[in-house]
Design a protein around this ligand. Structure first.
Ligand SMILES: O=C(O)CCC(=O)C(=O)O
Ligand SMILES: [Fe+2]
Length: 525
């Protein structure tokens, strides 16, 4: 290094004129250095401000070190179970990464350590926008008032602090995209009023004008754009949009604004959302054939063992079992699954060999095999067999059921209406290869590993049946009728989780090996 320096500058020392010029340039150098120091100081001041803000915002949140101790774990879990807190955590990590990346090498090392030592995957902008979309879905499904949600209040539960202007702006844009125009107006209004400097107010006003236009309030759309134009007279996009909107306003005249208007939804979507809110549910004691539904102690295969069974629907047969696992067993399942979670994919019935990550299903899954070293998993699989009277183990060298699939839903996590069986009656060649040998999914047994504070019910839209997640309980139903045909009435969904977490464990029992075991007569008479 020194050698290079000597070579490059080797002509300097040999001339006094050059040395004189160096003296003269000294002032310029000092000036440059001072500017550099000032710039660095203001950059550091910005980082310090950002740190201070994050510290203030998080003072209510359980700290990361306390979350590692078992006694505080619960409070961390309930903290992140609030969707607005979860959004804040993701937004905050975005800020932290932006600031920290200016720190250069140090951040690269920290990032690597977080990933390899603590298995932390840092969120990126996709996570932020995904969370925003989930919140828009929650707002729509559970009809949450915009002003409450903006204040971080969900069903009376407050987040650590209200939403930021930027978050409200993102909610406005996402509501526009989702076709919820009246809601978009409310969000954009709030975001613009927040004036927190995190986005360009003119851009937000242009979006607000779009939203007004879509609810047919043409004159307000023009007024908003006029204001944006006065704020930013040089913005050509806004100027020309203003021209267009004026023209539209002139031709439309004074149409009556439809303040709460949204793009129409499918009837089936509306029915699904109503069931998620607990509306339009079938009365619990009567099914479609007006026969009383019963609760009973169901005998298992093992002698003397009885299971609490609540009948929810007669045809197809849907029941909820109560207290069929212990807290310790539920915890073991979650712990075993925790380290192997991956974004859930949906088996694609159109492209039968295809799987895709989809907004239809927002959760993470992992599979737990019976032959897993952990005894609990094996015992639980045996228990499913005992309760249902069906086979869950290996019969004639073939698995008669799938391993447990553990699901953990995130912010607004849901699984839209679907059926569990694979399309294609009888003809096994239409089944995906991995289930061809063992037949279709005859029945679904689903353990609920925890209670959910709000939302997250399992609903059957065609039957108007809803099952609230019931810790240590399990839902059970047949996907295939006694005649061997798949039953489209078993269409069901996991409603968006509003407050809290949701963990379930699915055991899909296949047709293979059940011929001797499925009861032909109704279990209730
Ligand atoms: O989470 C739920 O309630 C339903 C899950 C489900 O239907 C599935 O995983 O197939
Ligand atoms: Fe399902």
């Amino acid at each position: 290094m020194l050698l290079q320096w000597e070579l490059v500058n080797s002509e300097v020392f040999s001339s006094s004129a050059n040395i004189e010029m160096l003296v003269a340039a000294q002032d310029l150098m000092m000036l440059e250095m001072e500017t550099y120091v000032r710039r660095e100081e203001s950059r550091l001041a910005a980082i310090k401000r950002s740190l201070e803000r994050i510290r203030n915002e998080t003072h209510l949140a359980p700290s990361s070190s306390s979350s590692l101790s078992a006694s505080r774990h619960f409070s961390t879990a309930s903290y992140v179970g609030h969707p607005v807190n979860a959004l804040h955590i993701i937004s905050r990590w975005g800020d932290v990464q932006e600031q920290a990346s200016m720190g250069g090498d140090l951040w690269t090392v920290t990032r690597r350590e977080l990933h390899t030592d603590l298995s932390v995957t840092l969120p990126d902008s996709r996570d932020f926008f995904g969370s925003i979309e989930a919140l828009v879905r929650l707002q729509e499904t559970y009809q949450l008032p915009t002003s409450e949600l903006a204040n971080g209040v969900v069903h009376g539960d407050s987040a650590d602090h209200p939403m930021s202007g930027f978050e409200m702006y993102a909610m406005g844009k996402a509501s526009l995209r989702a076709g919820s125009f009246g809601q978009a107006v409310q969000w954009l209004d709030l975001a613009i009023a927040a004036k927190d400097g995190s986005f360009s107010p003119e851009d937000a006003m242009a979006d607000l004008a779009d939203a007004y236009q879509l609810i047919a309030d043409y004159s307000t759309a023009v007024n908003v754009l006029q204001l944006a134009h006065e704020n930013a007279p040089g913005n050509e996009a806004i100027a020309s949009k203003l021209e267009d909107f004026r023209r539209i306003n002139n031709t439309m005249g004074s149409t009556k604004a439809k303040t709460a208007w949204r793009r129409p939804k499918l009837k089936s979507t509306k029915a699904y959302e109503a069931l998620c809110r607990g509306e339009q549910l079938k009365l619990p004691d009567v099914d479609s054939e007006q026969q009383a539904l019963k609760c009973r102690y169901k005998p298992g295969i093992l002698p003397f063992v009885r299971y609490k069974e609540e009948m929810l629907n007669r045809k197809p047969h849907i029941v909820l079992f109560h207290d069929v696992m212990s807290d310790a067993e539920a915890k073991t399942m979650k712990m075993e699954a925790m380290h192997k979670l991956e974004r859930a994919h949906v088996a694609d019935n159109e492209n039968k060999h295809g799987h895709s990550a989809s907004a239809k299903r927002i959760s993470q899954v992992s599979w737990l095999w019976d032959d897993h070293a952990n005894k609990t998993i094996h015992q639980l699989s045996r228990r499913v067999a005992d309760i249902t009277g069906l086979q869950t183990g290996v019969v004639s060298g073939l698995h008669s059921a799938e391993p447990f699939q553990i699901l953990n839903y995130g912010i607004g996590g849901q699984y839209e209406p679907h059926v569990d069986y694979f399309a294609g009656n009888h003809s096994h060649s239409s089944l995906p290869e991995h289930v061809r040998a063992s037949g279709n999914r005859l029945a679904t047994f689903m353990f609920y590993l925890n209670d959910v504070h709000a939302g997250g019910a399992t609903v059957f839209p065609k039957l108007k049946v809803g099952i609230p997640p019931t810790k240590n309980g399990a839902a059970f139903w047949y996907n295939i009728g006694l005649n061997g045909d798949v039953d489209p009435l078993t269409e069901h969904a996991g409603c968006p989780v509003l407050l809290g977490q949701k963990w379930v464990a699915n055991k899909w029992i296949h047709e293979h090996g059940q011929d001797q075991y499925r009861t032909c007569r109704a279990p209730y008479s």
